[in-house]
Structures are given as structure tokens and as C-alpha cells.
Design a protein around this ligand. Structure first.
Ligand code: MLT
Length: 406
């Protein structure tokens, strides 16, 4: 019989959000009359903004006409979108990123999961704890870890984020080659200051490491003193790849469009010690395994970067931030400590109890779905995550029900 990739056997049986969805549907089946309010997975609820929708429709109409129909597009994305991204997200903030360093894709989950393919099998990997499970699981699948012992994979370096360090990781204390960071953070909602990011960039420069910087939630930053891109830090274009997404700011979780920045200055080494550009490797990977995001979706995405699109997506993120503010205030009024929710759609709450017990209690007593912190790593134990992605009315009701249940 054909042998399987046994690294998959090291993984937990199911992906965190699939596990939660299963528990929620079992509860719903057993309690068909209980209305459930979902503040679990970070999935948006509001429709696409008008300008985006119009561009989407126009893109589809172009596909209906022989003269404007498009077949395969460039794998890296159409120049009109790559140029808009480079100008609006990066150059406008003084970050030295050009259009040909932007790779358009169908999701930051896929990109942050696939990127490990361009690094050697024996690279030492550092991840925050708690962490977005994709960074860990994809390295497990690739064989870069040993077994899972007490909820941690042997061979990974865990950067702990706890109440003691205000949920901000320290620099790795053992040498690593690749460091995953995410700010505003999923799951904690914590943000990084310029000085904090500088410390990581300097570490990476001194230790010849690469930072994989997930900025999927950057549109929720309202504090102007916080950096929005890692490339706002001098020298970061020599050590960092950045992931961005239109899922949470423009409502693209179902439409699918994201982009990854791989600067041309970024280098790794081969086994003979020769420096190799990562831009060329990612480009080779992308054009081999991906045929481009669909044309109407890229048209819709480009509309996000127009002045109207920017105003509309700002209004969308303002809407979710108002929900987050309500959650945060209610949590604090209950006497619980929390982080996030001001420059982030996630609120990370210290429940000081087993996080799956807290999940079950909130589901059973309040009919509210949260995400148990332990699902993001051992440092997530004792915590739950609430997401602000829902209608304001549902958020208010969910928080009232939680207050009653506690
Ligand atoms: C989450 O809830 O953590 C997000 O929805 C994950 C994702 O964007 O894949």
C-alpha cells in the first residue's frame, strides 16, 4: 500500500475552527429552539462595500463580452491591482515596496501556510504562543517538528505571550531561522509599537533570520503611533515577508483576495552558503502552483484602494470596532481583565478557568459561541477570545447573555 505523510499523524484530529463548528452544530441539533449568537470564528457579517460591488459586477460583465473577456491572468496578479496596493498600503506610509514585490492570492491563510515551502526542512521555527494554528500545523505537516508532547510540538521554539508580558513575545532565547509574528494579533488583539517591532527586525538582521509578518488585521489600527506595516521599520525589507488580506477590512472572507509582499532584497542561503533571493523562489512557487485570483475579484479588490473604497472600508472597520468597544467595556464591567478590542476586532479575556470549560459554559448557559484560548496554544489556557464580527444588536445581546451567565 502507498505510504502516507506520517507528519499528518502528529496533528490534532481536526482544525480548531472545524472542531468548534462541530461542537456548535451538535449543541444546535440537541437544542433546536435555542438561538445561538456567534462571536467565535472571525468571519465578517456585513456585505461588500458599494464601490467594491460595482467593480465586481463590471468585472463579471467584462467576462461576458468576447472583446473584454479574460482567460488566465498573470499568476502574481494584474498590474492594476499590484500597483494600487504598493501605492496605497506601502508607499503612502514611506514603506519602500514596489508593485512587483506584491503577490496577489486568494487568501492570507493559504499564503501564510504555503510560505514555509521555500525554507529548508531543518529550519528552526519560532511561533508565538498563543498562535494562529496555521503557522504551526503547516510546519508540522512539512516535518519540521517532532511529536506533540503536552500540547507543544518538539522542535518548535514557543514565544510566550502572557498577562505577565502584556501578551507581547520576547525575542527568541535560542537561535531560530524563521519567526512568525502577527499584529494586531490573532488571537489576543495585542498590538506592536514601532520600538517593539524594531527589536524583532534588529534581531532578524543580526541573526540572519526571516520574519513572517501577518498583518491581516492592520485596517483595525486607529492609534496613529502604531506601525501598520513591518516595512515602516528601517531594514525590514531585508528580513521580512508580510501577509495582507481583504477578508476582514473589505468583507472578502467569501470572495477571497489577499496579497503577500516578498521584497527583492530578502535573501536566504543554499547549503553551499550562496545567497539566494526569496522573491524569485516565491514567484517560482506561485506560478507553478497557482493560476491567479479571478479577474472580477481582482477588479473588486482594486476598488478597495480608490478613495471611495478606502472610505467605505474604513466605515466597515469602524462598525466592527464599535462592536469591539462594547464587548471590551462589558467585559471590564464584569471585572475580567482583557486585551485587544481597541485596535483589533478580537478581545482576549482572562477567565482564570479552563478555556474549554468556559467555552462549554457560555454555549450552554448563554447560547454564545466564543473561541477557547487553549485552541491557540498552551498560553491560551485560561482565556477565551470574543470576535467583534457580528451585527451590533447581536453583540449587545450576546454580552447581556454572558453577563447573566457569569
Ligand atoms: C479566526 O477566527 O482566527 C480567523 O477567522 C482565522 C482566519 O482568518 O483564517
Amino acid at each position: 500500500m502507498t505510504k502516507i505523510n506520517e507528519n499528518f499523524l502528529k496533528l490534532k484530529a481536526s482544525y480548531l475552527f472545524a472542531d468548534i463548528a462541530r461542537r456548535v452544530s451538535e449543541f444546535q441539533a440537541a437544542n433546536p429552539d435555542r438561538p445561538i449568537l456567534k462571536l467565535g470564528i472571525g468571519d465578517v457579517t456585513e456585505p461588500l462595500p458599494d464601490t467594491v460591488l460595482k467593480a465586481f459586477h463590471d468585472g463579471i460583465d467584462e467576462m461576458a463580452d468576447r472583446n473584454t473577456f479574460r482567460g488566465y491572468g498573470p499568476e502574481q496578479g494584474y498590474p492594476f491591482l499590484r500597483e494600487a496596493i504598493a501605492a496605497v498600503d506601502f508607499q503612502s506610509r514611506g514603506a519602500p515596496i514596489s508593485a512587483d514585490e506584491v503577490f496577489v492570492s486568494d487568501g492570507a491563510k493559504c499564503d501564510s501556510g504555503n510560505v514555509q515551502e521555500i525554507f529548508a526542512d531543518d529550519c528552526r521555527i519560532a511561533v508565538p504562543d498563543p498562535v494562529y494554528p496555521v503557522y504551526v500545523d503547516t510546519n508540522v505537516m512539512a516535518g519540521r517538528t517532532g511529536a506533540n508532547v503536552n500540547d507543544r510540538y518538539e522542535g518548535l521554539v514557543y514565544l510566550e505571550c502572557t498577562p505577565e508580558n502584556n501578551y507581547f513575545p520576547s525575542l527568541p532565547s535560542t537561535p531560530v531561522d524563521v519567526i512568525y509574528l502577527c499584529f494586531p494579533n490573532n488571537p489576543t488583539g495585542a498590538t506592536a509599537t514601532k520600538e517593539q517591532l524594531e527589536a524583532f527586525v534588529n534581531y532578524a538582521r543580526e541573526n540572519k533570520a526571516i520574519i513572517l509578518y501577518d498583518a491581516a488585521y492592520v485596517a483595525f489600527i486607529r492609534d496613529e503611533s502604531l506601525p501598520q506595516s513591518i516595512y515602516e521599520i528601517e531594514g525590514a525589507d531585508e528580513v521580512a515577508i508580510e501577509f495582507r488580506s481583504l477578508s476582514k477590512n473589505a468583507g472578502f472572507t467569501g470572495t477571497r483576495c489577499a496579497y503577500t509582499i516578498v521584497p527583492k532584497k530578502l535573501k536566504g542561503v543554499d547549503s553551499s552558503g550562496e545567497e539566494i533571493g526569496l522573491h524569485a523562489l516565491w514567484s517560482r512557487r506561485h506560478s507553478t502552483k497557482f493560476n491567479g485570483t479571478s479577474y472580477p475579484v481582482q477588479k473588486a479588490a482594486a476598488a478597495v484602494f480608490t478613495p471611495e473604497g478606502q472610505a467605505e472600508t474604513r466605515a466597515l472597520t469602524d462598525f466592527y470596532l464599535n462592536n469591539a468597544k462594547h464587548i471590551r467595556e462589558k467585559v471590564q464591567a464584569l471585572g475580567l481583565s482583557c486585551v485587544g478590542g481597541d485596535n483589533s476586532p478580537y478581545i482576549w479575556i482572562n477567565m482564570a478557568t479552563d478555556s474549554w470549560d468556559a467555552f462549554d459554559m457560555l454555549l450552554n448557559k448563554a447560547g454564545v459561541v466564543c473561541t477557547p484560548g487553549a485552541g491557540f496554544g498552551t498560553c491560551g489556557e485560561g482565556h477565551i477570545r470574543l470576535s467583534a464580527f457580528n451585527s451590533y444588536e447581536n453583540v449587545v445581546e450576546a454580552m447581556d447573555r454572558i453577563a447573566e451567565a457569569l
